[in-house]
Design a binder for this molecule. Sequence first.
Ligand code: SF4
Length: 386
Amino acid sequence: MSGYRPYQYIERRKSRQIHVGKVAVGGDAPISIQTMTNTLTSDAKATIEQIRRAELAGVDIVRVSCPDEESTAALAEIVHEVNVPIVADIHFHYKRAIEAAKAGAACLRINPGNIGSAERVREVVNAAKDHNCSIRIGVNAGSLEKHLLEKYGEPNPDALVESALEHAKILQDHDFHEFKISVKASDVFLAVAAYQQLAEACDHPLHIGITEAGSRRAGTVKSSIGLGNLLWAGVGDTMRVSLSAEPEEEVLVGWDILKSLGLRHRGVKIISCPSCARQGFNVIQTVQTLEDRLAHIKTPLTLSIIGCVVNGPGEALMTDLGVTGGGSGRHMVYSAGKQDHTVPSGSMIDHVVDLVEQRVALIEAEAAKEKAEGVEPALPDLETVK
Ligand code: SF4
């Protein structure tokens, strides 16, 4: 394999580092992936189950809405039963914020300018300080403050950034600095321009997202354009892909965006061809089945599934394992770019799953041995590539 590693040219913006529970956000921390539950938070059991599904998909941080007292009452149980830090989403009601902080939320999503009197702001900030909570200032083009709409006439990047910095100043005036900021919009141009402007204007960590992006397919495309653009420019410390789809879908799309940019790696990355009349096996079905059967793998590994020799050997050179469709229902299996053996169509999927699992077991055993011996890993930890 060549030493060409294009993602190393993504230079991340230098931001302050804060913590959302055990997850570092900003600085040189890996870009974390978030999602949000859509169950009733007061239904702790359903919410916990949904968070666990997101955990399996690889989520780092989960946000839950806390619109009422029943929700903050359920929060303690939820926080206790899951492995990821929980962000409590609060709108306006300062008492919910204080209850959430006491219940163990790792972060409060609340805009200090919307809390009300100075005394209420102080109470919320003190609760956050006392309970080790960070805060996310979440500015949204759809709910900009009236005075900014009057000043700018519309939600534009200047208005979003001014709103964010006004909220930030309130926290700074209370000597509170553990916060990150988002300036979301459903319009991809507006969101990207606002984030770019904010990234220039401050060094706070940024939570990036294209809000209300849409359905699973359209929202994925829109988010990939918006978030991809920002991440490629080095902007973004934590992210959420907002889809009208289940939270675990958002997490998987988030991972695919980061993997595509080489910013983080997790699980099996399948390189596959679109297939055509030359395919030696049904590429589309094979890839779909393999994606499901290999979803449990966390160790980064690349696998090429290519329908014929036109592109198969070339892709196999750049992947850990590869299969290239051949004639008469037999296909070539590659290991580290070299032809290894053939496999018939009927047993190909089981065989590839076995090979991947065996390779992952080897990688993990080697890593554990090297760790025990205190050996520096030969490859950089890809999760920390900036
Ligand atoms: S690799 Fe072969 S099967 Fe796949 S699209 Fe190209 S020519 Fe068709």
